[in-house]
Design a protein around this ligand. Structure first.
Ligand SMILES: [Zn+2]
Length: 59
């Protein structure tokens, strides 16, 4: 087996990790990346805000 599989938390069935939902019961898996994207966007916005603040700051 070269493909990684994950265990469904609902039915304990094995599903290829490339699938977003369980092959047996259809339960959707939580996407590991889903919570990181808003975090990256937030950091990006903070970086822009920080650079704007630094430029406006009368040193
Ligand atoms: Zn399942």
């Amino acid at each position: 087996m070269s493909t990684t599989q994950r265990v469904c938390p609902s039915c304990k069935g094995l599903t290829p990790s490339s699938r977003t939902s369980c092959a047996h019961c259809g339960r959707r898996f939580r996407n590991e990346m889903a919570w990181k994207i808003p975090l990256i966007v937030l950091l990006f916005v903070l970086a822009i805000a920080a650079s704007v603040l630094i430029e406006l700051e009368p040193w």
